[in-house]
Design a protein around this ligand. Sequence first.
Ligand SMILES: [Zn+2]
Length: 112
Amino acid sequence: MAQVTMTICDRHHQRGEEVPGTTRRFAIDAFKTTADLCDECYEKEVGPLLEFLRSVTRTTIAKRPARPVNRSRKSKLDSSAVRAWALENSIDVSPRGRIRQDVIDKYQAAQS
Ligand SMILES: [Zn+2]
């Protein structure tokens, strides 16, 4: 009898049935495993968990304050530290808005 290699659903296999499945990868915390499941078993076994995870994910995203990432900033520069340094060194710097590049250059030169 010719043997055809195919993925069999683990859940159906436990009941002595051979149903084609798909290898699924799971990872929760440090626990990682794979299971071959047909679509029906995947929905039945994993569906509720996925639903739970999605609901938690939505909550997490909603709680996080929207803060746009400033990609124009070249490096992590603590502007309040620059202003404090400028004040200490009698360098004129505006309390708000963009700090002049020459002030930043002087600040960085002073730090190194
Ligand atoms: Zn199955």
